[in-house]
Ligand binder design. Structure first.
Ligand code: HEC
Length: 131
């Protein structure tokens, strides 16, 4: 009985992980590919390993937060305001891993780190618009 439950648990964790990957790709196709497949407006093109190597070195939490808040010609959340941090981060993982990266789906610890980076950026944006 115990063995049955641990097998069931392992299976459902496996399915959840597969799901997260599928979502990253689906979000990418639905929201991000319009710019990132072609590299329009200098968007880092998916598959361009040279460009992505720089971003990958910068780090998962930082570039995910940059994109989520918006940076230069990159619209906040890719222009889809209802995307959750997790959905956005999964799309970034998909993009990085198509471009030479080996990032994992965001876990609770990484999501917290992304949230801290987002807070920093939003604070400095608020300061800028105040004056
Ligand atoms: C309207 C076009 C457009 C869409 C849609 C778009 N991006 Fe971008 N993205 C850009 C551009 C342009 C840049 C480059 C910004 C720069 O560095 O000047 C960029 C940069 C980025 C970066 C790098 C940020 C950094 O730190 O330099 C990430 C990560 C990113 N996008 C993720 C995404 C994800 C994930 C989606 C979909 C949910 C998405 N983008 C949708 C245009 C777009």
């Amino acid at each position: 009985m115990k063995a049955f439950f641990s097998i069931a648990a392992a299976l459902s964790i496996g399915l959840l992980t597969m799901n997260a990957h599928a979502n990253g790709e689906a979000t990418y196709q639905a929201v991000c590919a319009s710019c990132h497949a072609s590299g329009a407006n200098n968007a880092p093109r998916v598959g361009d390993q040279r460009k992505w190597a720089v971003l990958i070195r910068e780090g998962q939490a930082r570039i995910t937060a940059d994109g989520y808040v918006g940076v230069r010609a990159m619209p906040a959340r890719g222009g889809k305001p209802d995307l959750s941090i997790e959905e956005f981060a999964s799309a970034v993982v998909y993009m990085a891993n198509q471009s030479g990266g080996r990032w994992s789906a965001p876990d609770a610890q990484l999501l917290a780190a992304i949230q801290r980076e987002i807070d920093k950026r939003e604070k400095s944006l608020a300061l800028k618009t105040k004056k």
